[in-house]
Write a protein that binds this ligand. Structure first.
Ligand SMILES: Cc1ncc(COP(=O)(O)O)c(C=O)c1O
Length: 362
């Protein structure tokens, strides 16, 4: 029998979204934190341009994307690395800095891929308790040991949607040993940029990486483009682990065009936040718990895991797919991506029916 290496054999496969609508129902997918609308119209033209030269390899240095990002964020394009989605970068960082003798730290309700990426390397993982579904910096610092090599923190967080301020991240960095890499995953950073707390300057410390993605606010999830701002030495190590030509031509041209249309992206964020806040307030009026979100989704907390499962099945019967959160240690929660206003209204109507039926039957 052919056996995989022991730590890979022991891993569970990454849990993907279930998207099979019941017969006769239209699928309303609110489960993958995709954008509520497509990208800037300039992106469509860029993708058409990619169709002219599909026989040629793409730019291995992502020059156009890096230049556009450097201009918009006022950062050095030479320190930007692009990935086939930011998942590509998270995996490469884990492989470069973790092995079977080391340990990564994550907040208890962190994005589950941090665990997967850590497991791929055979390293151990410590999940550190959060406070009110929010990253607890003191608890992370207390959990640091001599084995700790990497700390992964998504800010804003997924699936919590909550956020810690820049001052907390600075305290975290200051309290970590210099040989511990801090990875700040800002996949939803564009939805919090109006708070004006960018973290890119921290990369100069030499042991902090900031990741972002084109998949959320820019509406390019299907193009698979993520990026990160890295200290030069870390960038060199991570690049060794990425497949050469990791971002296809269409993805590169699409990302460059999307970044150059900041007005469109900001409008998407505004639109999303308005619909999100209206949806959250309707759900709260039903007596369900919804933490304040700084992202394009909201977390809905039920009183028990059984009620969350029951509500999930009730919504699915109407074709509405939210994302259960057992994988992030929150079996009593469902996460709802913010879609079009009419879909969110329908989702709130169906949940309201569920609440009434529960009240009558209990
Ligand atoms: C916190 C976080 N990081 C990374 C990713 C991966 O994004 P990408 O599509 O860039 O691989 C996601 C996607 O949901 C996410 O929520």
């Amino acid at each position: 029998m052919i056996r995989p290496v022991a730590h890979i054999g022991a891993m569970a496969a990454y849990a993907l979204a279930d998207l099979t609508a019941p017969e006769g129902k239209l699928l309303i997918s609110l489960s993958q934190n995709e954008s509520l609308r497509g990208p800037s119209p300039a992106v469509t033209q860029a993708i058409h341009r990619a169709a002219e030269t599909p026989h040629l390899y793409p730019d291995p240095d992502w020059t156009g994307v890096r230049r556009a990002l450097g201009d918009v964020h006022g950062i050095d394009p030479a320190q930007i690395i692009c990935g086939n989605g930011s998942l590509d970068l998270i995996g490469a960082i884990a492989r470069a800095y973790l092995d079977q003798t080391t340990r990564a730290l994550v907040p208890a309700h962190a994005y589950p891929f941090f665990r997967t990426a850590t497991q791929m390397t055979g390293a151990q993982l410590t999940a550190v308790p959060e406070r009110d579904l929010t990253v607890d910096v003191e608890a992370l610092l207390t959990a640091q040991t001599s084995e700790t090599r990497v700390v992964f923190v998504a800010n804003p967080g997924n699936p919590t949607g909550t956020r810690i301020p820049r001052s907390d991240l600075l305290r975290l960095r200051a309290g970590l040993r210099d040989d511990v890499l801090l990875v700040i995953d800002e996949a939803y950073g564009e939805f919090a940029d109006h708070l004006n707390e960018p973290m890119f300057d921290q990369v100069a410390s030499g042991n902090t990486v900031v990741l972002r993605t084109m998949s959320k606010a820019y509406g390019l999830a299907g193009m698979r483009v993520g990026w990160g701002y890295f200290p030069s030495g870390i960038a060199a190590e991570v690049r060794k682990l990425l497949n050469p030509n990791n971002v296809a031509l269409a993805g590169q041209l699409a990302a460059e065009a999307a970044v150059q249309d900041q007005t469109y992206m900001r409008d998407t964020c505004q639109m999303t936040m308005q619909i999100r806040d209206a949806f959250a307030s309707r759900i709260r009026q039903m007596g369900l718990d919804v933490p304040d979100s700084f992202t394009n989704f909201t977390l809905i907390r039920f009183t028990t895991p059984e009620l969350a499962q029951h509500a999930d099945a009730w919504l699915k019967a109407e074709g509405i797919f939210l994302r259960p959160q057992s994988g992030a240690g929150l079996p009593d929660c469902l996460r709802a991506t913010i879609g079009q206003a009419k879909d969110m209204d329908f989702t709130a109507d169906v949940l309201s029916d569920w609440c009434q039926q529960k009240r009558i039957s209990s």
